[in-house]
Design a protein around this ligand. Structure first.
Ligand code: HEC
Length: 131
């Protein structure tokens, strides 16, 4: 079938997103999310860790599609050098196999930036959380 390849690509996306939904479901069932999920006091939106767990981990935990893994110091060193603002811009816009905002358009730019901070700092970066 001519459509087979396109279908496979869609299926891969669906599996990836399915993992995300499954994870959120598991968190909800466990009652881990009180009122506003992952919202730290004094900040608007979710924390970097919450965004990472809900969205970015789908690819960045195992290195799906060649994504730099959480805590992989070697992979993150050149990225950290680019600086927080440049790296955040890339994460918002997307690059190659990395979809814009990790494929979740409902994330605010600050939430994406916090997730970038979370991942960079897990690999030795010294980025700071935006407000
Ligand atoms: C569908 C899988 C997927 C998801 C979900 C995902 N990423 Fe990625 N990400 C990638 C891949 C693949 C790359 C490597 C891109 C490349 O260099 O070719 C990448 C690279 C990156 C980079 C490095 C960009 C650079 O300059 O090379 C950052 C920063 C990043 N992701 C942040 C995030 C954040 C933040 C999230 C969650 C909001 C996220 N990603 C979710 C797949 C994903």
């Amino acid at each position: 079938m001519i459509r087979e390849r396109k279908f496979r690509a869609r299926l891969l996306m669906a599996v990836c997103l399915g993992g995300v939904v499954g994870l959120q479901g598991a968190l909800l069932t466990a009652g881990a999310q009180a009122q506003t999920p992952g919202e730290p006091p004094g900040q608007k939106g979710q924390s970097g860790q919450a965004v990472y767990a809900a969205v970015c981990a789908a690819c960045h935990a195992a290195g799906v599609l060649g994504a730099p893994k959480l805590g992989d110091v070697k992979a993150w060193a050149p990225l950290i050098k680019e600086g927080q603002k440049a790296l955040t811009r890339t994460a918002i816009k997307g690059i190659r196999q990395m979809p814009p905002k990790g494929g979740n358009a409902s994330l605010s730019n600050a939430e994406v930036e916090r997730a970038v901070v979370h991942m960079a700092n897990a690999a030795g970066g010294k980025f700071k959380d935006p407000r």
